[in-house]
Design a protein around this ligand. Structure first.
Ligand code: BGC
Length: 430
């Protein structure tokens, strides 16, 4: 029997524009054309995903049928500002109609401004490590604020800054394709500065809008329990990945030291300008020290929890959700689970994953953590960055071979039931 959740809890699903819309020209498609992006043989064409840009009206009906009361999605910068300073009115009009339709259906929009992708011109002119990057981002933010945010109560400025930076500046897998950790920290600083500018602008126009960041969190564990170096390694990696960014909002310093690998310490004027933390949570990883200066540690999946692993090898660890809420207690901010999901061809696995994570979330709420909403990743089977459409994250199946036909999976039906049970009026009104 599902316990009721607090009144006004937001039940949602999450997507990003590039992963579902189709027909987008941006830095990713540009890279693909140059043969620099995802060369593995199984990758489909990046632009050809769930065709949502044409099917959004039917899709929103599916949202309604799913029983969610909120929807997290992103707007595609490259679609809205295809050339610097020139805005595509038709794209803005469509996003505006989308927001209206969600509201008509009683679905609260949560809008993400930056979810991994950029117009190609941005990388040619001012990639994130350059000092003019935040300013290049702002005209887009201003237009979106003006045309769309009057009806949007929740805004995520940047999705998973660190995940994107590690791919784009750490491993060179995403454009602009650097492998330079020091430069990555500079780019992180600029992204956080861009958040601050966006935050100030949005608040100056729409004081009630709640503005946050969706951060990816990983639970780390020592690979070898009795190994001294693994024991020292774990907190170093945890701090870098999970704590450094939220902490910078309180200390106004972006600070990280990893002996012989990385040293960064710069002031950053954030002054706690953030209204909520978005938690994107998928898995636990294990860390192992190596006597190797070039690469002093490994971070890997060892499915030890007994809960199984996803099709991508990710260890399922539902308790992590509650742990993360605890880590974020020091911020004093409301929390939203802005992403949580699993790549699974076996839908039974997804159903179990979902149920266990919601139960863990329920415990976190009972413990008093201020969680205001949960967004399952994802609404539809979609385009996964390095794996293409073979990674199945959707609560709705998409038949990519047959006119993108959608059908609800049993895990989607389970979510619908869970929401129904959990939103039964709580007489105590808690
Ligand atoms: C990202 C999504 C991605 C998901 C699953 C998150 O890192 O925000 O875009 O599809 O995880 O990998």
């Amino acid at each position: 029997m599902t316990q009721p959740f607090p009144n006004n809890f937001l039940w949602g699903v999450a997507t990003s524009a590039f992963q579902i819309e189709g027909r987008i020209e941006n830095d990713m498609t540009d890279w693909e054309r140059q043969g620099r992006f995802r060369t593995e043989q199984y990758d489909p064409v990046a632009g050809d995903t769930a065709d949502h840009w044409r099917r959004w009206e039917d899709d929103f009906e599916l949202l309604k049928q799913l029983g969610v009361n909120s929807y997290r999605f992103s707007v595609e910068w490259a679609r809205i500002e295809p050339t610097p300073g020139q805005f595509n009115q038709r794209a803005l009009d469509q996003y505006s109609r989308m927001i209206d339709r969600l509201l008509e259906k009683g679905i609260t929009p949560m809008l993400t401004l930056h979810h991994f992708t950029h117009p190609t011109w941005f990388h040619e002119r001012s990639p994130w490590h350059r000092s003019d990057a935040p300013e290049s981002f702002m005209p887009f933010v201003q237009v979106v604020t003006e045309k769309l945010l009057d009806r949007v109560p929740l805004v995520v400025t940047i999705n998973e800054p660190l995940v994107w930076l590690l791919a784009a500046y750490g491993e060179g897998k995403f454009p602009p394709g650097y492998k330079d950790l020091q430069l990555m920290m500079v780019a992180l600083q600029r992204m956080l500065e861009a958040h601050r500018l966006a935050y100030d602008h949005i608040k100056s126009r729409r004081a009630d809008t709640q503005v946050g960041i969706a951060h990816n969190f990983i639970v780390f564990k020592r690979a070898r329990l009795n190994h001294l170096f693994d024991r020292h390694l774990k907190p170093l990696i945890h701090r870098f990945y999970n704590i450094m960014i939220p902490e910078a909002f309180q200390t106004n310093r972006l600070l990280y030291q990893f002996p012989l690998v990385l040293a960064y310490d710069e002031e950053i004027e954030l002054d706690n300008r953030i209204d909520f933390w978005g938690i994107n949570y998928y898995y636990r990883m294990h860390v192992r020290f190596r006597f190797n200066l070039e690469r002093p540690f490994d971070v890997m999946f060892i499915p030890r929890s007994g809960e199984g692993q996803s099709d991508l090898g990710w260890e399922i660890y539902p308790k992590g959700l509650r742990k993360i809420c605890k880590w974020l207690e020091f911020t004093g901010k409301p929390l939203y689970i802005t992403e949580n999901g699993i790549a699974a061809g076996d839908d039974q696995l997804r159903a179990e994953f979902l149920k266990k994570h919601l139960d863990s979330l329920r415990k976190a709420i009972d413990d008093g953590y201020p969680v205001r909403g949960y967004y399952h990743w994802s609404f539809l089977d979609n385009y996964e960055w390095l794996e293409g459409t073979r990674a199945k994250f959707g609560l709705y199946h998409v038949d990519f071979e047959n006119d993108y036909r959608r059908s609800l999976k049993p895990s989607g039906a389970l979510y619908r039931e869970y929401i129904r049970d959990a939103t039964t009026e709580d007489p105590a009104g808690s």
